[in-house]
Design a protein around this ligand. Sequence first.
Ligand code: DON
Length: 580
Amino acid sequence: MTASRIAIGFVLISSALSWRASVAQETFRSQVVVCQEGEAALAGREVLRRGGNAIDSAIATAFALAVTHPAAGNIGGGGFIVAYLAGSREVVTVDFREMAPKASTETMYLGPDGLPKPGHRKGPRAAGVPGTVRGLGLAHARWGQAPWADLVRPAARLARDGFKVSATLASGLNSQLFARRDDADAVPEDLGPRGDHLADFAASVAAFKKPDGTRWREGDLLIQRDLADTLDRIAANGADEFYTGDTARKTVAHMAKLGGVITLDDLAAYQAKVRPPIRGTFKGFDVYGMGPPASGGILIVQMLNILERFDLKADGPRSPRTLHRVTEAMRRGFYTRATAIADPDFVEVPVDRLISKQYADELAKSIGDKATPSASLAPFPILGAEGAHTTHLSTLDAKGNAVAMTYTLEEGYGSKSVVEGAGYLLNNEMGDFNLVPGRTDATGRIGTPANLIAPRKRMLSSQSPTIALKDGKVRLVTGSPGGRTIPNTTLWVVLNALEFGLSPRDAVDAPRTHHPWFPDVLNMEGQSWDAATREALTSMGHKLKVGGIQGDAHTIVVDPDGTIHGVADRRRRTSRAEGD
Ligand code: DON
């Protein structure tokens, strides 16, 4: 294990141990922003204080995270917004998922052996056409009320003036920049091939290295001048700047230089889309999520529909029978994900059936006292692993508008490639397509047709921004990063809050579980599961993997009396709730 990996491991373990110890403010009277990083939360709160609404606040927070949380915050990626508009009492969603460039083909990442070529996850060729700036622009045009420039300029200032890096960011950047030479004190001049790291790309090193070339330490100032200029242009010219302006031309020049295939035409053609939300009901709450190409909304509603057939509360959240039932709901949800959900502009997704109570009845009836072998649901395993960085933010304003937003570069630092002269990181979201047509295997690779690459198609996502209402008022705003674990993390937060009645802090802190259908393994977060629980689950036929951390669900809970809880999930350490 390299020194940098050990350092990251230490950060994660100490974060897991210390998340309960936090004493930050969590209850608020009127408004709140909860996200992964403090400067971004402050930027979002400032917008609320100046009279902006929850949409404005989410936009400002997202632009700021693109500067202060570069592993996942982004303008070069994509994501989803679920928002509640208190004035019209409606839930709206925006799909700003990345899209395959026009020149994409089903087999574009495969080598002569028919398998993905080494290195296919990095560099501009791994990127889908970014959606974030268009998505934020669309949300602002429809529902924002603050001036656009006021939402982008705080991020530009953070990039130009710099901000103090946290221990977590310092460690992350060091592991990216000193990827091959953990004993080195300086970023090596020779940037030869060395795996998927920022260190692979000269422009990325230029953007993120410390001016004196030494390792980042907590409290150092990170300045990103090219990114500041890009954000200033976006502030002045609107979202079009990214898609048809100077920034677009810089992106395409970068593609030409490093072998990417995104063209000016691809950028100009990119559209964010307002889509119908997925709506379900659970124990008197209305639960709203994101529809395809995100799988989160369908999965969460389907799993809740299944689970409301059982009295989970009587057994409690940690009882073996609850864990078994939740696992079986997850297994069936992820089977649905693998076989039925993809870009709805390309594939017909039978949404109504998948989230119907009747279908849930059928699925619930198939759950017995023993683990269902995953292979018995369908004759093939699915889906490869997803990366470890995405980020979720939640906002709520004094009028009761709320935003759940998840966005991502896919892996941490995405494709690792910063666009030269524009200072922003490109995503590597193309890896969320099924890359090997027709090939499914026990390692979890899948080649089912719905999610194969096609020009201008959006790749399937696990992102799950979720809002629950009761009597037309927001009661829960949540979502998470974590690749395929995302819908299951979100499910646990919803169950903990709405079924088990845990306190908001406990609803977020409680250890989570994840079953992805395949591999047929029940992942149990942390080390707090007692031997009797583990033995009971094993005797039901579940294969267990215990440990690690799961997700990072920055959540808002509103009590019936109106008290607002902004619950920053501490699992990844740097998160904050800021409000009034
Ligand atoms: O959209 C998706 O499902 C993935 N690209 C998300 C990746 C992710 O969450 C990695 N994060 N921790």
